[in-house]
Write a protein that binds this ligand. Sequence first.
Ligand code: NCD
Ligand code: ZN
Ligand code: ZN
Length: 435
Amino acid sequence: MTHLDRILAGRIYFEGDFIEGCVGVSGGEIVFIGKEANAPSYDEKIDLGRLIVVPGLIDIHAHLRGMRLKHKEDFLTGTCAAAAGGFTLVLDMPNTDPPTNNHLRMMEKIEEASDKIVVDVGFYFGKPENRRELERLLNTVAIGVKLYPEDYCGSSQAELAGMLKTVRESGRKIVFHPEDLSVIKENRSKYPAQLKGVEKHGFIRPLEAELSALDLFRRLSEPGSHATHLTSVRSIRKARGYGFTFDVSVNHLALSDEDLSSMGSICKVNPPLRSPEERSMLVESVNRGEVPVIVTDHAPHTVEEKSATLYDEVPSGIPGFETAFPVLIDMVNRGFLNLHRVLEALTKGPASFLGDAKLGGIVEGNVANLTVFDHKEEWHVEPEDFYTRAKYSPFKNRVLKGRVKATLVRGEFVFRDNEILVSRGFGKIYGFKRS
Ligand code: NCD
Ligand code: ZN
Ligand code: ZN
């Protein structure tokens, strides 16, 4: 049997159950799962006691920014935050400045990221500038396209439909942000141009905008596209009926429009937080096993930007990496969420979205991406201590029960006990895999 680099002894999430035992790692792969007595020889043993070892968390929707948005986040701060939150692989969105919508920008982004990332990172490209750029983007490692409302709610639908067909035929992902711009514009026009505050956010971008966007996108493309951050059970039913895959964000599971009312701008996010009733129904949907993927939608802005007075000037987005998993585990501890469903939606679900059989499970032969957490440890959320550059959070001052203790990528500790242990550039660019 192979000699092991290290074994981790603790409570291992294996085949949907927790077993007292060891995971053995060699050359970045999981090569042994079982009792220590049966393990091959090893260099190092890490005794994790009662801590739980789960497959490395995967986030298929995050914003690492960089380029001209470095003041919000860069590839180092963003991936350190991801590691601190238990994430081993994150997929970065293309709504950058400049947008990641042609071959050159994608290559520049990959170059900028390569020597900074500490966990693995995959990339989406934005609506391609033209067909030629699309063809060239399909020769990169990008895993697919991400479309925003302004990309598909307007004219030139035929050209876009053609491009989406090409994306689909190449085996890449089509992910879209479902909110209908015409509904939003109509609602926005009911309020003064100099609208102050964010109280009207939920009226300007109501659930109807989300439902209508699902209808729009269905007309545009064939089934198989992915609707990201759905906020209601009605949206889920509609998306399923149309043959879309989908995910739900931690924000919409943990927060409601009452938090927007009490906290204001830091809770301004798109799509908006919905009513407490809508949120509970979404949580129940997770518990019934209807939500295959949960995302952070980590969307960092600066505190100054978030402090703007005018409605249109407050950027939407909440940083999520460092609170996402603890918030969900806290909800498990309080009896609201089912642990098994949460774990699957952060591991197996995203791995199958990617069509990557080597990720998402503690299985011999899989990549040794692992997340270690304490389901009972309580900690006080202090955004000043975050790795992300966005030092604000709707969960500020909350005491959460559930804490990430370590994150391993390809068998190496990237994060342990609040410290980042690898040098920048340890993370790898995650490339498109034909499934
Ligand atoms: C995201 C951002 O800041 O990039 N904001 C948000 O409110 N979710 C964009 C997005 O995901 O729609
Ligand atoms: Zn979005
Ligand atoms: Zn987003």
